[in-house]
Design a protein around this ligand. Structure first.
Ligand code: PHE
Length: 336
C-alpha cells in the first residue's frame, strides 16, 4: 500500500504544470470528483482493515495538501510571468536618446561673432557688469551732467557722493575699452562680449537686459577705411557673401566721426523688397578717450564698434519679438 502513496507523491512532485491548461488538467486528474485519483484512493478505504484506516486517511490528506501546494505555486508562477509579458527586454532595439540641452540662440550667435573676429586676430576681453560712473561715462567723453547720460536709461546702484563715484549697471560694453586701454599698450585688438542693462520700457524690440559685442583696435595709422573693411568682412561672414551694407553718420561721445552700420534685409512682403536694419554703432576713437587712459593721441588712432547680439540673432533666425529670448520656453529653445 505504501508503494502507491510513494509513487503518487513522486508523480505529484514531478508533474510539469507551466500553463493554465496543465494546471487545470493536474487539478482534475488528482482532485476531480468523478475520476480524481485521490478520490479513487479514498474509495479504497472501505477495502482495508479498520486498524489501518487512520494511517491510510492521513496519507491521502498529505497527498491532497501536496497537490494543493503545487497548484498554488503553479498559479502564482503563471501570474507573475504573465505580468512580465511585454516587458521582456529586446536588446536589438535602438537605444533611447537622452534629452540633451543645447546652447541658447544668443550664446550661439555671440560665439559665432567671436569666432569671426578671433579669426582676424582679435582677442577676447571682459569687464564687470557693475561699473562706476567714470568707466561707463566720464572716461568715454560723456560730459558731466550732459543729457547724453540720459540717452541710455541707466540703472543706478549708488549715487555719487563727495568721496565715492556712482555705481551703475553698465549700459554698454564700451567701458571694457577703457579697462583694456588702461591696462595695456597699443597695438590693441580686442572684442568684449557681455551683458548690458538699460532701464527701458519692455517691448518687442527692447528689454532691460541685452547683449553687446564691443570691438576695439588701436595702433599707429588705424583709419576709417580699416573700420569699414572689418565690418564689411564681418557682415559677409555673418549674413552671406552678397549681403548689402551701409554706413550712416551718427553721434557717440566717445567716437569721432561716428556711424551706424545697417544690413539690408530682403523681404518680399515689403514694397521696397526689404529694409535696412541697424546692427551696430561705430567710429574712430575720440582723442579725448585716448588721453583719458594715457595713450598718446598724436601717435595712435583707433576704431571701435559695439553691436547688439539680440538684433543679429533676430535677423538670422527671423525672430520678431526679442522677449522670447528671455522666456526660457523649451519649445522655442529646442529648435536651436
Ligand atoms: N556703446 C554704443 C552703444 O551702446 C555702441 C558703440 C560702441 C558705438 C563703440 C561706437 C563705438 O550704443
Amino acid at each position: 500500500m505504501l508503494d502507491i502513496f510513494d509513487q503518487l507523491r513522486k508523480e505529484i512532485e514531478e508533474a510539469v504544470i507551466d500553463t493554465k491548461e496543465a494546471v487545470e488538467d493536474f487539478r482534475v486528474s488528482y482532485l476531480g470528483r468523478k475520476n480524481g485519483r485521490l478520490k479513487a484512493l479514498s474509495e479504497k478505504m472501505r477495502d482495508i482493515d479498520v486498524a489501518d484506516r487512520p494511517v491510510f486517511g492521513k496519507n491521502i490528506n498529505a497527498l491532497k495538501d501536496l497537490v494543493n501546494n503545487r497548484l498554488d505555486q503553479a498559479q502564482q508562477l503563471l501570474r507573475s510571468s504573465g505580468s512580465k509579458k511585454g516587458k521582456t527586454i529586446d536588446l536589438t532595439l535602438p537605444g533611447r536618446k537622452p534629452d540633451l540641452g543645447s546652447l541658447h540662440p544668443l550664446t550661439q550667435t555671440a560665439e559665432e561673432i567671436q569666432g569671426i573676429f578671433t579669426a582676424y586676430g582679435f582677442t577676447i576681453a571682459e569687464g564687470p557688469e557693475i561699473e562706476d560712473d567714470w568707466h561707463n561715462f566720464t572716461s568715454l567723453n560723456f560730459p558731466e551732467d550732459h543729457p547724453a547720460r540720459d540717452m541710455q536709461d541707466t540703472f543706478f546702484l549708488r549715487e555719487k557722493s563727495v568721496d565715492i563715484d556712482a555705481a551703475v549697471l553698465r549700459t554698454h560694453t564700451s567701458p571694457v575699452q577703457i579697462r583694456v586701454m588702461k591696462s595695456s599698450q597699443p597695438p590693441i585688438r580686442v572684442i568684449a562680449p557681455g551683458r548690458v542693462y538699460r532701464n527701458e520700457t519692455i517691448t518687442f524690440k527692447s528689454y532691460c537686459v541685452f547683449h553687446q559685442v564691443e570691438g576695439l583696435y588701436v595702433d599707429e595709422g588705424v583709419s576709417l577705411a580699416d573700420l569699414k573693411q572689418i565690418l564689411h568682412m564681418f557682415a559677409r561672414a555673418m549674413f552671406g557673401e552678397d549681403v548689402k551694407t551701409r554706413f550712416r553718420p551718427s553721434f557717440f561721445p566717445f567716437t569721432e566721426p561716428s556711424a551706424e552700420f545697417d544690413v539690408w534685409m530682403p523681404n518680399k512682403d515689403l514694397p521696397a523688397g526689404g529694409r535696412w536694419l541697424e546692427i551696430l554703432g561705430c567710429g574712430m576713437v575720440d582723442p579725448n578717450v585716448l588721453e583719458a587712459v594715457g595713450i598718446d593721441s598724436e601717435r595712435y588712432t583707433g576704431y571701435a564698434f559695439g553691436m547688439g547680439v539680440e538684433r543679429i540673432a533676430m535677423l538670422r533666425y527671423g525672430i520678431k519679438d526679442l522677449r522670447i529670448f528671455y522666456e526660457n520656453d523649451v519649445r522655442f529653445l529646442e529648435q536651436f
